[in-house]
Design a protein around this ligand. Structure first.
Ligand code: ZN
Length: 344
């Protein structure tokens, strides 16, 4: 008994020490990133150091490389870029400091873009030992570790590309080396990148949940309801409004589930939530046909099947166990929202 107490004590103390070490490493890393965001000179120094790594974009496509049978985000050094490009300084001017990287490594990661008009060879990807892949495809392929970093890089570069001029006075604005904001060269206004909050809602009623499809979805593909928050709305109010507008129903008991950043169409913060059909209110769906092609109540057993049989498991030979519809893949927050309800 005594020995057990001693060993428990040691384990607890050891866990506590490890947790404290992990926290202090994370805090140190985040504070260093904060400093680099605010101090242009230090950021440039880090940008041009041999420790830094670069995610390279060309024509808005990230460079990917093979790792075993997988494609991963290619991380290049400054030396790699200097060897391959005469216009390396022009590429470095597009730098954006990324946060979502392995916090235990003592290196900073920047996204950089080969500027439009740069003369490049046809086999540029090959020359860099990789391949430029469309952003959507790249996000489908990368590991969980890289998905946040890549999503952030795509959004930042997109925002800088579309915000070269001050929205207040029209003068050219200047990107800071970290890319966290831009300064107007004339009226001195500081501009920060914008993220649009989007509510994505799974409405349920007893053992049924509501899934809908937009006309552009692939055949028999259904998902949760989604829509942008309006200015001045809470996320709960946005859920109530979106559900009312799109399917003509009233909901309550709105609960936040989790969130995900998504870089399309620009930069969205997806707020996944559950909502319950309000008791005593209309259950019949009144579809907004300008937004949706179809919306249906699905039984929990059907949804379970769809969760368990993801598209990669589909074969040409259909069995009774396969559902007639599919839901979003695990990459999307909608998948986890639906799964959490179906397997509950
Ligand atoms: Zn201005």
């Amino acid at each position: 008994m005594y020995a057990l107490q001693i060993s428990s004590h040691i384990i607890l103390r050891s866990n506590w020490t490890a947790t404290r070490r992990m926290h202090s490493t994370l805090v140190r890393k985040l504070r260093r990133l904060q400093l680099l965001k605010e101090n242009a000179e230090q950021c440039v120094e880090v940008l041009k150091s041999s420790n830094s790594k670069f995610v390279l974009f060309y024509d808005s496509k990230p460079l990917m490389t093979k790792s075993g049978s997988d494609l991963v985000v290619a991380l290049k050094s400054l030396q790699d870029l200097q060897e391959k490009f005469q216009s390396c300084d022009e590429i470095l001017k597009t730098s954006v400091l990324l946060y979502n990287y392995d916090n235990n490594k003592n290196e900073e990661v920047f996204a950089v873009e080969i500027p439009p008009g740069t003369e490049v060879k046809d086999d540029l990807g090959e020359m860099l030992s990789g391949k430029f892949v469309t952003p959507r495809k790249a996000l489908m392929l990368v590991s969980d570790r890289d998905i946040g970093m890549l999503s952030q890089a795509i959004s930042y570069l997109h925002w800088h590309g579309n915000n070269q001029f001050c929205s207040k006075c029209g003068s050219r604005s200047i990107k800071t080396p970290s890319g966290s904001h831009r300064h107007c060269s004339d009226c001195k206004t500081t501009h920060y990148p914008m993220t649009s909050p989007v509510v994505i809602t799974l409405v349920h009623h007893g053992d049924h949940c509501l899934l809908a499809r937009q006309p552009e979805f692939q055949k028999n593909f259904y998902s949760a309801l989604a829509g942008f928050c309006d200015i001045g709305e809470t996320f709960e109010a946005a859920v109530e409004r979106e559900v009312a507008e799109e399917v003509g129903l009233e909901v309550d008991n709105i609960r936040f589930f989790s969130s995900q950043h998504w870089p399309f169409p620009a930069s969205s913060l997806m707020l996944g939530c559950h909502a319950r059909l309000k008791e005593g209110t209309e259950q019949k769906i009144a579809l907004d046909k300008a937004e949706l092609e179809d919306a249906l109540w699905f039984h929990r057993d059907e949804v379970k099947k769809a969760v368990l049989f993801q598209p990669k498991h589909f074969t040409k030979t259909r069995t009774d166990k396969m559902p007639w519809f599919s839901i979003p893949p695990p990459l999307a927050i909608a998948h986890h929202l639906i799964k959490s309800w179906a397997l509950n």
